[in-house]
Design a binder for this molecule. Structure first.
Ligand SMILES: [Zn+2]
Length: 306
């Protein structure tokens, strides 16, 4: 009897040792490099954004369609205690002639509840977003995750909005597209956008290819007629601290989400340097409640869609 008992203990100790090593590595972040050659310079973005000579947009708005909570340890590596409020929102860029572009479409109630139990869905605001999407000139996404995209796939007006949805090939064929409602039938009705590196979506709006968090991740640079500038970074960061420090969320999250941590580390260096060199550029981290509160307070962004 003694020998098998000793063997069981050895196995258990082995498993515990592997678990400790796994956690010790998993709770650290892929280091952000000292320098990167990722990404376009701001002068290049400005030049492309204004290249057609057409009028630039005049307003940047946002609406909250849901709220939730994230554990701190999953947001910034090395932080273990506490939680952080997070927000699910959609953005709208307006032109003086009445045209508007929607950037990110949030999440319908069922998808939010099914994937993020305990989140608070804002039904009135989501209904408002859906109404506004019917009149949008274009609808684009920072990336294909359900909390940014299912407002398209599960839209009650899908047939109406489909011709104006601008999703990239990578976004339409990302990991688990059906989780956000992108069944083969839905995907079949959308025309994929194909581009390398940069794409001028509309005057003042430039898409920047940035795979890492997901294969279809892109940043969106926005330049308004009055000179205000924004860079929507989607989920490359979950909080502005990821860019400010710069430090990513832990490797466990990379593994769990299937992220390319090295690519994201380069993007965080790019954003960190951009922020340092151009403090007037408004970075928009998709889920960061505090950052958006500051933008609203300073009058850079208007609340609610119109
Ligand atoms: Zn997200």
């Amino acid at each position: 009897m003694k020998k098998p008992v000793r063997r069981v203990w050895k196995v258990l100790l082995g498993v515990a040792a592997v678990a400790v090593v796994f956690l010790a590595i998993g709770l650290t972040a892929v280091p952000v490099p000292e320098r990167t050659d990722f990404g376009p310079s701001l002068p290049e973005l400005r030049a492309l954004a204004t290249s057609t000579g057409e009028p630039l947009p005049t307003e940047f708005r946002r609406i909250v369609v849901g709220e939730g909570v994230m554990p701190d340890f999953a947001v910034v590596a090395g932080r273990f205690l506490g939680t952080r409020a997070s927000v699910y929102q959609s953005h709208q860029v307006h032109y003086a002639d009445g045209r508007a572009v929607i950037l990110d479409t949030g999440c319908d109630a069922e998808t939010l509840e099914g994937n993020m139990p305990g989140s608070r869905f804002q039904a009135d605001n989501y209904a408002r977003l859906q109404e506004v999407m019917r009149r949008a000139d274009a609808i684009a996404l920072t990336h294909e995750h359900f909390d940014h995209s299912s407002g398209i796939a599960h839209s009650p007006y899908f047939g109406e909005i489909a011709p104006r949805v601008v999703m990239t090939e990578e976004q339409l064929h990302g990991r688990e597209p059906e989780r956000a409602g992108f069944t083969p039938e839905v995907v079949g009705r959308l025309k994929p956008l194909r581009y390398e590196r940069l794409h001028l979506l509309r005057p003042g709006l430039v898409l920047i290819k940035a795979p890492g968090h997901t294969p279809g991740t892109q940043m969106v640079y926005v330049r308004l007629a009055d000179g205000r500038e924004f860079l929507l970074v989607g989920d490359i960061a979950w909080h502005q601290d990821n860019i400010r420090l710069p430090r990513m969320h832990p490797r466990l999250v990379n593994w769990f989400l299937g992220e390319d941590g090295a690519a994201m580390a380069n993007q965080l260096r790019y954003l960190h340097e951009l922020r340092k060199a151009t403090p007037e550029l408004n970075l928009v981290v998709a889920h960061d409640v505090e950052q958006m509160a500051g933008l609203l307070q300073r009058g850079q962004v208007q609340d609610g869609l119109r």
